[in-house]
Design a protein around this ligand. Structure first.
Ligand code: R5P
Length: 296
């Protein structure tokens, strides 16, 4: 029977995934050396079984990524026949292109490292850019969609005349998908990010907001700047409630405080990054992809 090998960043999701798939959880020992280096050892003999390594890569990303690579390596050394790497939040996916001359193409470095260490396949959740999947040249890499689960949760919030708003035109299809599932209307704003400073500006747009529940959806909340801009625009027109929903809640630089100050009443995310806002689990969605890869 396949075993789930849990990483330190995904203890709950690893358990949930094992529960949904009916797999055992392998014992793993972790240590940090006095100089800060990580040590990982798989303490069970994996005896020709498939290892499903579950390790998300939120901050501190570089440490999480090293641990992910160590878990893959250690699973193979413990006798696993193959490793399915489940990386719910795949860090560095926003650096999917070279935007300015001589930048490192970080997402391609990550893909090459995961392949080089010996994973047979990779599953992630709502990858920021499909381009990143194409950087896996030797193994199968796929991204599953957690927005239906988010929509399910939103459905339990008794939304009034919901407007599902994408704060960025590029991600409008996600808002459309959620709007359809909650019987709401979808809309988008247009944002621009300064490539040097990272500062986000969002254009105002005439939208009918008064008395409605506005759900701002995005794949990632990092500094919160994108959602804060959108919340400020819609709050001028007296919405009933502003809710922010994302797949990956990174919450850098006091993002949650900034969202609250901008009038966001509730923030929802999934357990791809485990935090106090993780109201939704991506376990079932990931499980169907993992089963296909394990059994296929
Ligand atoms: C960017 O293209 C993403 O879809 C998110 O909008 C972005 O990562 C959010 O970042 P922040 O919260 O720092 O504005």
């Amino acid at each position: 029977m396949p075993l789930v090998v849990p990483g330190t960043s995904s203890p709950l999701l690893a358990q949930r995934l094992a529960g949904v798939c009916g797999y055992q959880i392998a014992k793993v020992g972790y240590r940090v050396f006095p100089d800060g280096e990580s040590y990982v050892r798989v303490e069970d003999d994996l005896k020709g079984e498939v290892a499903v390594v579950v390790q998300s890569c939120p901050p501190p990303q570089d440490k999480r990524i090293m641990e992910l690579l160590q878990l893959i390596d250690a699973s193979l050394r413990a006798g696993a026949s193959k490793v399915v790497a489940v990386v719910p939040y795949l860090a560095y996916s926003r650096q999917d292109k070279v935007f300015l001359p001589y930048e490192a193409l970080s997402s391609k470095i990550i893909a090459r490292a995961i392949e080089a260490v010996g994973a047979s396949s990779l599953v992630t959740v709502n990858v920021h850019s499909e381009l990143v999947l194409s950087y896996f040249e030797r193994i199968r890499a796929l991204s599953v969609d957690a927005f239906p689960e988010i929509a399910d949760y939103l459905g339990s919030l008794d939304l009034k005349d919901p407007l599902v708003l994408s704060p960025d035109k590029k991600r409008y299809p996600d808002a459309q998908k959620v709007a359809e599932l909650v019987n709401g209307e979808a809309a988008f704003l247009e944002k621009r990010r300064d490539l040097e400073t990272g500062e986000v500006t969002t254009e105002e747009r005439a939208l009918v907001i008064k008395g409605r529940d506005v759900v701002i959806v995005d794949d990632i909340i990092s500094t919160g700047g994108t959602i804060v801009n959108a919340a400020r625009i819609v709050s001028k027109d007296n919405p009933r409630r502003i809710i922010a929903a994302c797949v990956h809640g990174l919450y850098a630089a006091n993002a949650l405080e900034k969202l609250a100050a901008a009038g966001v009443k509730e923030v929802i995310s999934t357990d791809t990054i485990e935090s106090q806002t993780s109201r939704v689990t991506a376990a079932k969605t990931i499980a169907s992809a993992v089963r296909d890869l394990v059994e296929g």
